[in-house]
Design a protein around this ligand. Sequence first.
Ligand code: ADP
Length: 195
Amino acid sequence: MKLILLGPPGAGKGTQSARLTQKYAIPQLSTGDMLRAAVAAKTPIGLKAKSIMDAGALVSDDIVVGIVADRIQQPDAARGFILDGFPRTVQQAQALDVMLADKGMDLDAVIELKVDEDALHDRMAHRVKEMQAAGQPVRADDNPEAFRTRLTAYRTQTAPVSAYYAKSGRLKTVDGMAPIDEVSKAIDGLLGPLG
Ligand code: ADP
């Protein structure tokens, strides 16, 4: 199962990915997590990416495509994967198509979680409170200013990715405003025939 989850920050991609990794026994490949690990480890990529990420802007396509190309070669991704946070630009989507075609692979589904932008600010604030209550560190980009930049990046650079997949008939849409369980059921309904 090779799956992409699309949607703005706070749409619930992480929550749904976590469940799907269990169901299909495939890894969740989150470029955000990979980049945050690179930042924490102070690798050359991490050092380059840190200030861009903290501001809420997008890291360059070259860097991110390189990271994903390496990651999907790993043995645990051989049976499939869920991509979360990638592709975020049409160029990344095109690069992914080439990468997969080279390996004789294709995507099984691209699922977009649709949510009202107004709700996203509240979800971000809620996530910050939850992290604080759990004594976990809050992400440097989970503040109102960086969040606005992330939403703008989504609107201008990532929304066209949905159109890219829709054009080739691969895009499926789910109502991300519904309760978590209902979103899960809707995704299962879409993947049922594939699973
Ligand atoms: P979000 O919760 O906003 O979806 P992520 O954890 O997916 O956040 O990503 C956090 C940050 O990492 C982004 O704002 C961006 O700076 C960087 N990033 C993650 N994935 C990509 C990507 N595919 N292309 C460019 N930058 C990315």
